[in-house]
Write a protein that binds this ligand. Structure first.
Ligand SMILES: N[C@@H](CCC(=O)N[C@@H](CS)C(=O)NCC(=O)O)C(=O)O
Length: 207
């Protein structure tokens, strides 16, 4: 039996959404627990979520905090870096992934923090990312992937965050016309994830 996972996270599409999509895409056996807050705060290793609890086939448990660490751990252990990838390839994948970090922080400030006056900053940051990432996707052969010819971690990240920005009302610079390569990626990764959706088991709530 392979490992199983419990993802402890708030139910919204926030920092945990990339982890969810990695678990969905790779047909993991996983459950989600929505914590009771602030009652459960002190029980989390660093008093924040998301937290991943992995139970290995031996029964041994690993408890991890920090969303991007959880993402990378899952991506490595579930085959979302190319097999036998060189350190250089891993670094390129991580480089494109981390390009989204500052933008996501700004997004949380504008959307969840309701600092609407920062919306133009977010749109400019998205526009800059689009310019650079369209070129990278084109240079890889316009196949809907950043690296190689199959899905890697960064493709799941781009799918999750670009779709999130569009769905939450920040899509002006992300139309099919403005960002054809990223939109192709969204279609491809979205259909792979939806084909894989039965992987999801249960969501339990302590709310
Ligand atoms: N650097 C951490 C930040 C985690 C974080 O700020 N989590 C928020 C939810 S998205 C949280 O736990 N907020 C509740 C609190 O701080 O009490 C990560 O990326 O996981």
């Amino acid at each position: 039996m392979s490992a199983t996972y419990e993802l402890i996270a708030f139910p919204n599409q926030g920092r945990a959404e990339i982890c969810r999509n990695i678990l969905r895409h790779t047909r993991a056996t996983w459950t989600e627990t929505n914590p009771k807050w602030p009652a459960d705060k002190a029980t989390m290793p660093f008093e924040k979520v998301p937290v991943l609890v992995e139970t290995k086939s031996s029964g041994k448990k690993l408890v991890l905090s920090e969303s991007q660490v959880i993402e990378r751990y899952l991506a490595h252990s579930r085959g979302l870096y190319p097999k036998h990838a060189s350190l250089e390839t891993i670094a390129k994948i991580d480089q494109y992934r981390d390009q989204f970090t500052d933008i996501f922080t700004l997004f949380t400030i504008v959307f969840y923090g309701k600092h609407h006056h920062k919306r133009p900053d977010l749109l400019s940051a998205i526009q800059f990312l689009v310019k650079k990432h369209e070129l990278a996707l084109k240079a890889n052969g316009s196949n809907g992937h950043y690296i190689g010819s199959s899905t890697t971690y960064v493709d799941i990240v781009a799918y999750t965050l670009i779709k999130m920005f569009k769905d939450k009302g920040f899509g002006e610079r992300l139309t099919a016309r403005a960002a054809p390569e990223l939109n192709r990626l969204i279609d491809i990764i979205g259909s792979e994830i939806h084909a894989n959706l039965p992987s999801r088991t249960t969501v339990s709530s302590r709310l």
